[in-house]
Design a protein around this ligand. Structure first.
Ligand code: 5GP
Ligand code: ZN
Length: 132
């Protein structure tokens, strides 16, 4: 895996991996159904949704997984957690407690991770879902 320090879209500096699918989505090289972005976070709909609402929250910087984060990422991860409920409502999840949403971050092969750029799945909407 080659890593380089390059200016990202919208002027943010961080590591990107030119071979990484989600880095390409952040850079706009692969289209996605956009939800939200700021200097450090990018959010888009999952191409194969499991639930009526299913989007992915990712850091713009290439962090391979939750197994790679440290104390320097606590602020970023906290901001992603706080942002999730706002975006869930915006994207059509029903309000808590009857509605709500699920957050999930598959980590490593045994954790079911397929794309090795840290991402948090946010799923919600009326049941049944494709995967419970
Ligand atoms: P993982 O299994 O790594 O937790 O999840 C990867 C997710 O990325 C899967 O749910 C998959 O549907 C989604 N995904 C894979 N390729 C693309 C793509 O090109 N665009 C979008 N929007 N989602 C993708
Ligand atoms: Zn990446």
């Amino acid at each position: 895996m080659s890593l380089s320090l390059t200016p990202q879209a919208h002027g943010h500096l961080g590591h990107t991996d030119p071979d990484c699918l989600f880095c390409k989505i952040v850079a706009g090289k692969i289209p996605s159904k956009f939800v939200y972005q700021d200097d450090e976070i990018f959010v888009f709909h999952d191409i194969h949704p499991w639930a009526p609402v299913h989007f992915l929250m990712i850091p713009k910087a290439h962090i391979p997984s939750l197994a790679h984060v440290g104390a320097e990422h606590e602020g970023l991860l906290g901001r992603m957690m706080v942002l999730a409920s706002k975006l869930a409502l915006q994207e059509g999840c029903n309000p808590y407690p009857d509605g709500g949403f699920r957050m999930l971050s598959n980590t490593g092969a045994e954790g079911g991770q397929e794309v090795h750029h840290l991402h948090i799945h946010v799923m919600g909407g009326p049941r049944p879902w494709i995967k419970s």
